[in-house]
Design a protein around this ligand. Structure first.
Ligand code: HEM
Length: 393
């Protein structure tokens, strides 16, 4: 098979491509992009559960985040020790008071556009709040000063553009990759400065937590930086894109939007359904390690690149009835939008809180919106709207 999942057409509308991949079988080699594609929900869960055989180490993720970030560690003891420093901070109880902060940021951003929207102007929701809101929230959690927030958004965006290439792309001649390397270096310098400051003046923030933890005391500044930087990137681009998808889907499904305006209790489940139906992370990469592997009877050589097509798994008919239909009343079943296994998303509760609070504020303040132009999408792997032009119905 040689489907180009990274072509502009697939980025614009991935679903016909995902269906072709799915139809070709649960495990298929894609010559064009040099990867084994796995599409079945159960097989992907099994693969992600076996982090000894299917490694994130050595994959593109390691190049993006660096080997010292726990998102790229397969050694469970090391991974869990590092992840454990922040686990409590990302639990629901700890995050509860952030709801007020998120609503405040959302309101502040919407104050600037609501009157214009009501006067009939088209508003780009990504520019107005979608892109920046998640960065502002994580910057607050890290204790980063407000004036650095626009720069953090810019660095995250540039890193995001670099990861959006097929597994076999050539790094050195790729402008997006080179720009993302530069952004990573600038962000690293900035975080190293923040670490230095927290050593002198600890605060009530995530950088202080890692610097002054028992595990953190045994880490180099560079390792602390890599673990902090991963939060900025893993949390910003993804949550911004989820907000964008949610607004597009609600604009395209006015019946669903009206239901949610009338009954906000349906919103959490509706957002999970949007994540299933229109996920942000369409592919999770891994490498075969420890000898040749066999997945569903297909032999995959040691060292081969595997692309777990979570987008296909989220529409797997064996797991979801009528999977191509958006149904916010579907009985909840966890989808693979936030990953699975050792590396399942640390920030899932935060992302849900941000999406629920922000979309709820949109439904309060600008309930009657429609799409007022074309939506552009920037990438396949980490996919979401670059712009969401909204106008009053
Ligand atoms: C809609 C928003 C989000 C989506 C769709 C998302 C998706 C994912 C996925 C699919 C993974 C697994 C990656 C893999 O197995 O290779 C992951 C891991 C991770 N995510 Fe998220 N994420 C989101 C928001 C966040 C937020 C807000 C944060 C933190 C601020 C965050 C931090 C992380 C971290 C640190 C990991 C690595 C966990 C580990 O290795 O133990 N994510 N995320």
């Amino acid at each position: 098979m040689d489907i180009d999942l990274f072509s502009p057409e697939a980025i614009k509308n991935p679903w016909p491509y995902v269906e072709q991949v799915q139809a070709a079988g649960p495990v298929v080699y894609n010559e064009r992009i040099g990867t084994w594609m796995v599409t079945d929900d159960q097989l992907i869960r099994k693969t992600l559960a076996n982090s000894d055989r299917y490694k994130i180490e050595g994959s593109i993720a390691e190049e993006v985040f660096g080997p010292e970030a726990f998102i790229t560690m397969d050694n469970k003891a090391r991974h869990n020790a590092l992840r454990g420093i922040w686990s409590v901070a990302f639990q629901r109880d700890s995050l509860e008071r952030l709801g007020t902060l998120i609503a405040g940021i959302a309101d502040e951003m919407m104050d600037k556009i609501e009157d214009r929207f009501r006067a009939g102007e088209t508003i780009d929701a990504m520019a107005a709040f979608g892109r920046e809101l998640p960065a502002y929230v994580i910057a607050h959690m890290l204790g980063v000063p407000d004036e650095a927030r626009p720069k953090i958004v810019e660095w995250s965006d540039r890193i995001g553009e670099g990861v959006s290439e097929p597994p076999n792309f050539s790094r050195d001649s790729n402008p997006a990759w080179l720009a993302s390397e530069q952004a990573k270096a600038e962000l690293a310098d900035y975080i190293l400065g923040q670490i230095e400051e927290r050593r002198r003046r600890p605060g009530d923030d995530l950088i202080s937590q890692i610097v002054h933890s028992d595990v953190g005391r045994g880490l180099s500044d560079h390792a602390i930086m890599a673990n902090t930087r991963q939060l900025l990137f893993a949390g910003n681009e993804t949550t911004a894109k989820w907000l964008g998808h949610s607004l597009v889907v609600l604009a395209q499904h006015p019946d669903v939007r009206r239901e949610l305006v009338a009954n906000r209790g349906l919103l959490p489940n509706a957002l999970e359904e949007i994540m299933r139906w229109e996920p942000v992370v369409l592919i999770i990469p891994r490498l075969v390690s420890g000898g040749d592997a066999e997945i569903a009877g297909t032999r995959i050589p040691e060292g081969a690149d595997i692309s777990l097509i979570t987008a296909a798994a989220n529409r797997d008919p064996l797991r979801y009835e009528d999977p191509n239909r958006l149904n916010i009343h579907r009985e909840y079943k966890a989808n693979l939008g936030f990953g699975y296994g050792l590396h399942s998303c640390l920030g899932v509760t935060l992302a849900r809180l941000e999406a629920q609070v922000t979309i709820s504020r949109v439904l309060d303040r600008m309930p009657d919106f429609v799409l007022a132009g074309d939506v552009d999408y920037g990438a396949f792997q980490l996919r979401g709207p670059l712009n969401v032009p909204l106008a009053l119905n």
